[in-house]
Design a protein around this ligand. Structure first.
Ligand SMILES: [Zn+2]
Length: 380
């Protein structure tokens, strides 16, 4: 069993600098289906990297035993540029330091890029349509001239992912229970994976408004299907952002179990041959992301939580107190922060100093919230 890293060079924007993007490929090159996994797009989120570290030997072993019936592309550290973003001993891998752009936002609007060129190629065969759309993406990629190291990195990742049937982007929250962001069309398979992630919450949105990596391809197929209602265009791929708990939850025991969970999911999808596996407990049913409340504070303060992860709250319940840090009531007043919906607390802050506007918790509710429906659904 051998692991052979493939290294892609990315030339840096500063004189003399370069970095490398490492990926691994497994499976029969002629396999019909393909799985793409990446971690560390937000470079300061390490649980996914450790999970893919543990997944690599499992895939290599399955390959050596001839059990892979799909191709697998694995990018354990999707954002090597972000690994260098350290300021005053603090690693900040969420935003591009030069532009301030969140690394997982503003991915290309592929419908705008290839919608017109692919239109005349679409026909009555859904498989041929999928192939035509993927070819159009590949051709568009060939025409791109990246102007920066960040663009080189993005194009390399998209090239590796564009023809996959499954695109899984591993992230984590600050302090959190496992959860999944995915498209409504992908909810059924991702709900199965949620079981393998230890009962993760599956939160669905067709378009969360951020042009994040996992939404880019399903959104292209969705818009093409809408523009050509007479043509069969299945939504591709099964794509999701997998939130593997909180930043501090980076441990071998957890990551090994999560890697085995991914293998269990792939076995269930018929992508890896194996003896029948014992299915995990079913996860909570998928819920619309616009029913999840992002609780923000409207003043700076010190957050003193009254709830823990997994607690069920009702609308109006106090979830934390905000201790005033300035003004006549400084260090005396405690302002209650209340839940705006019924639901489960799935995330909190690790740093308890909140500036005005900071999101201090997410509450997974069941009823879409006014102000969220049709709006920007992400935290930042
Ligand atoms: Zn992230």
């Amino acid at each position: 069993m051998t692991l052979s890293p493939i290294s892609l060079a990315i030339s840096g924007d500063a004189p003399g600098s370069w970095t490398e993007l490492t990926l691994f490929r497994f499976g029969p090159p002629d396999a019909r289906r393909k799985v793409y996994l990446q971690a560390g797009m937000h470079a300061d989120e390490q649980p996914g990297m450790l999970i893919l570290h543990h997944l690599l030997p499992l895939l290599a072993q399955a390959e050596a035993e001839g059990r892979l019936s799909a191709r697998f592309s694995v990018v354990p550290m999707a954002n090597p540029l972000g690994m260098a973003h350290v300021l005053h001993r603090t690693h900040m891998g969420r935003y591009d330091l030069g532009t301030g752009v969140n690394h997982n936002r503003r991915w290309p609007d592929l419908f705008a890029m290839i919608g017109e060129t692919v239109a005349p190629l679409l026909g009555a065969d859904p498989k041929a349509n999928i192939a035509a759309i993927r070819n159009a993406i590949a051709e568009w990629l060939d025409t791109q001239s990246p102007a920066s190291a960040g663009q080189q990195m993005r194009l390399a990742l998209l090239r590796e992912a564009h023809d996959a049937d499954y695109v899984l982007d591993l992230h984590c929250d600050d302090e959190a229970l496992p959860h999944i962001f995915t498209a409504p069309e992908c909810a059924a398979p991702m709900h199965k994976l949620a079981g393998w992630m230890g009962g993760a919450y599956t939160l669905t949105a067709a378009d969360s408004g951020g042009f994040s990596f996992d939404e880019m391809l399903p959104q292209l197929f969705r818009l093409l299907a809408k523009a050509h209602p007479d043509k069969p265009i299945p939504i591709q791929p099964v794509a999701a952002t997998l939130e593997y708990r909180g930043r501090a939850d980076t441990f071998d025991a957890l990551a090994q179990k999560d890697a085995e969970g991914l293998i269990g999911f792939f076995v269930g999808e018929g992508l890896i041959a194996a003896d029948p596996v014992t299915l995990p407990e079913p996860a909570p049913a998928p819920l619309p992301l616009d029913a999840t409340e992002i609780v923000r504070v409207d003043a700076p303060g010190l957050v003193a939580y009254r709830v823990g992860l997994g607690d069920r709250v009702k609308k109006g319940d106090i979830i934390a107190d905000l201790v005033a840090l300035s003004g006549p009531e400084a260090f005396i007043a405690r302002t209650p922060i209340r839940a705006g919906t019924d639901g489960i607390i799935i995330s909190r802050l690790t740093q308890k100093y909140a500036r005005r506007g900071t999101s201090i918790a997410k509450i997974v509710g069941e009823t879409p919230l006014p102000g969220r429906v049709g709006g920007y659904l992400l935290e930042d």
